[in-house]
Ligand binder design. Structure first.
Ligand code: FMN
Length: 200
C-alpha cells in the first residue's frame, strides 16, 4: 500500500490523518500507538509508548496519562516533547515535535467517562511510575474499589488527565529499497507551513 507524499499545498495535519487512516486500513495492530519522548531539566531523555486519542479543535495531538507519572514530572519542568509513529505496513514514519500543555479538566472528564470501567478503576488505584510492593495488592485495590462503588460511576482522579501536543514540526519519512528513503519536514512559516526535503 502506498501513501501520498508531502506537497507544499498539503497541510501536515491532513496528510497525517490520511496516513493514519491508511495504516488503520492496512490491518496493523494499534496504529494509534506512538512513542512519546520527553526530557528532564538536564536534557536527559526518556521515551515510552502512549496512545494517540484524537485531536483537539486546534489540531493538537491528545494523549492521556497520570499527572504524577515520570513523563508528567518531566513535562512539568520541560514542556517540549517528540512523538513518533512507525507504521511498518506502509513503510513510513512520522515524527512530531512540539509544546505540550494539559487539557482542560472538562476534556479529561469526558474522555475518562468514555473508558472501560476496568481502565477507570486501574487509573484510580495505580500510582503510575512509583515503586509498589507487589502486583496482587494493586489487583486487590481494584476489586475493593469496584465493590465500594457498586454501580456508581468511577470519578476521574484529579491526578489523571490529558495533554495536547501543539506541533512545531512534522517530519514525514517514506521508506524505499536500498536506503534511499525520502524525508520531508514541515515547519511553521509566515503563513501556514514551509516544506523542506532532508537527506535520508
Ligand atoms: C502500546 C502501549 C500503549 C500505552 N498507552 C499508554 C497511554 O495512553 N497512557 C499511559 O499513561 N501509558 C500508556 N502506556 C504505558 C507507558 O508506556 C508507560 O509505561 C507509562 O505511561 C509510565 O511511563 P512513565 O513512567 O515514563 O511516565 C502504554 C504502553 C504501551 C506498550
Amino acid at each position: 500500500m502506498s501513501v501520498r507524499k508531502p506537497e507544499p499545498e498539503l497541510q501536515p495535519l491532513d496528510l497525517f490523518q490520511e496516513w493514519f487512516a491508511a495504516a488503520a486500513k492496512s490491518g496493523m495492530a494499534m496504529p494509534e500507538a506512538m512513542t512519546l519522548a520527553t526530557a528532564d531539566e538536564d536534557g536527559r531523555p526518556s521515551a515510552r509508548m502512549v496512545l494517540l486519542k484524537g485531536f483537539d479543535p486546534a489540531g493538537r495531538l491528545r494523549f492521556f496519562t497520570n499527572y504524577d507519572s515520570r513523563k508528567a514530572g518531566e513535562l512539568d519542568r520541560n514542556p517540549h516533547a517528540s512523538l513518533l509513529f512507525w507504521w511498518p505496513s506502509l513503510y513510513v514514519q512520522v515524527r512530531v515535535e512540539g509544546k505540550v500543555t494539559r487539557l482542560p479538566a472538562a476534556e479529561s472528564d469526558a474522555y475518562f467517562a468514555s473508558r472501560p470501567r476496568l481502565s477507570q478503576l486501574g487509573a484510580v488505584v495505580s500510582p503510575q511510575s512509583r515503586p509498589i510492593d507487589d502486583f496482587q495488592t494493586l489487583l486487590d485495590q481494584v476489586s475493593h474499589l469496584a465493590h465500594e462503588l457498586g454501580e456508581a460511576p468511577v470519578p476521574r482522579p484529579a491526578n489523571w488527565g490529558g495533554y495536547a501536543v501543539a506541533p512545531e514540526s512534522w517530519e514525514f519519512w517514506v521508506g524505499h529499497d536500498g536506503r534511499l528513503h525520502e524525508r520531508f519536514v514541515y515547519r511553521p512559516a509566515a503563513s501556514g507551513w514551509s516544506l523542506t526535503r532532508l537527506a535520508p
